[in-house]
Design a protein around this ligand. Structure first.
Ligand SMILES: [Zn+2]
Length: 83
């Protein structure tokens, strides 16, 4: 682990994924739209976050590009790039 990476680094919200911002993979913010945000949470097995507001999810949680390769991932619009 690189200690310097702590600054501003956000870890991917996907269960058991440790990708971070500032690393080799791109991370995408969870959409502000509540319906879409819920779809993302389901897809990444994080329904424990479902009680949070979409705004909060959008600000604080990201998913890395690895999970967008899944054909069943319910992303309709291209997510906002955040790197
Ligand atoms: Zn990930």
């Amino acid at each position: 682990m690189n200690c310097k990476a702590n600054k501003g680094g956000t870890v991917c919200a996907y269960r058991n994924c440790s990708s971070k911002t500032g690393g080799l993979v791109s991370l995408f913010r969870i959409p502000k739209d509540a319906t879409q945000a819920e779809g993302w949470l389901k897809a990444c097995n994080r329904m424990d976050l479902a009680s949070r507001s979409a705004e909060d999810l959008h600000k604080n949680f990201r998913l890395c590009e690895k999970h967008f390769e899944n054909k069943y991932f319910p992303v309709v619009v291209k997510p906002e790039r955040d790197c």
